[in-house]
Ligand binder design. Structure first.
Ligand code: APR
Length: 248
């Protein structure tokens, strides 16, 4: 089930006329790329215990945590490709309509689709970081056998460069997100429950500054009744395909 063409046309009009459009995305935008969401039907947390992503567990049991991370994340992310929703945001940026994407996702899909202004609020699984000296490595240059991967400088355990439960948001991502979303006169929320903090607080900053909110999601979220002005109910890829012809 997808929203009405009338609502798609209305949303396209708001987007074309926006002065500072920002997109805020969650796991749902990558579902049509074959990456499961965390919550809802088939969600990761319905099959796995979130404590494997607790930073204390990782520090005490790096091998077990890494085995779960490879099964839960890298198993899907390494084979995934951007879908029409990611490509729509990339074209919106290249055509000057979209100023930035703030994403909760760690799958690198927005960058692979071509977006340049991507703020990775929870980090990026395509990078690893030494838990001791902080050196960063591209995942593609590191073998994941045997686990855990180790730093070539000090042989300490490498950690995926995304935010574990119990860790803070990268300060640069946090400050850039607030700066961008504070300037938005239109916010496009795609594929997120809004349940996880502090990310879930970001849209209220735009709202309190008078921004209008468009939301794309097959289901209602915590944002839908509290701040969404135009709810485009449907899968992000399908809605994006419909919207594409009204934007360009
Ligand atoms: N298109 C758009 N949205 C979709 C689609 C789709 N095809 N399929 C599902 N969704 C929606 C669901 O309705 C739900 O609202 O995507 C959302 C997925 O919710 P979550 O899995 O909770 O994802 P998210 O809100 O991004 O989670 C936030 O939780 O575990 C942490 O760090 C993790 O970044 C993640 C954070």
């Amino acid at each position: 089930m997808v929203c009405s063409e009338q609502d798609i046309i209305k949303a396209a009009g708001w987007i074309v006329n926006a002065k500072h459009l920002v997109a805020f995305t969650g796991a749902g935008i990558s579902v049509e790329s074959g990456i499961p969401p965390f919550r809802g039907d088939g969600g990761i947390w319905s099959k796995h215990d979130p404590s494997i992503l607790d930073i204390d567990y990782f520090c005490k049991h790096p091998s077990e945590s890494w085995e779960a991370i490879v099964e839960i994340f890298y198993h899907y992310i390494l084979d995934a490709s951007p879908n029409p929703a990611h490509y729509l945001l990339a074209r919106m940026e290249s055509e000057g309509m979209l100023k930035a994407v703030i994403t909760q996702n760690i799958d690198n899909m927005h960058s692979e689709a071509g977006n340049r202004e991507v703020i990775e609020y929870h980090g990026n699984s395509k990078w690893l970081r030494c838990s001791h000296c902080g050196e960063r490595y591209e995942l593609s240059k590191i073998s994941l056998e045997p686990l855990p991967p180790r730093c070539s400088s000090d042989q300490e355990v490498l950690k995926p460069d995304f935010v574990f439960f119990g860790e803070g948001i990268p300060p640069d991502a946090a400050s850039r997100s607030v700066e961008e979303i504070s300037r938005a006169d239109l916010l496009l929320i795609i594929g997120t429950t809004g349940e996880v903090m502090p990310a879930g607080m970001l849209p209220s900053i735009a709202r309190s500054n008078g921004a209008r909110v468009i939301e794309i999601n097959p289901s209602r979220s915590l944002f839908t009744d509290s701040m969404t002005d135009l709810f485009l109910q449907g899968p992000a890829g399908e809605v994006s395909n419909l919207m594409d012809s009204y934007l360009f």
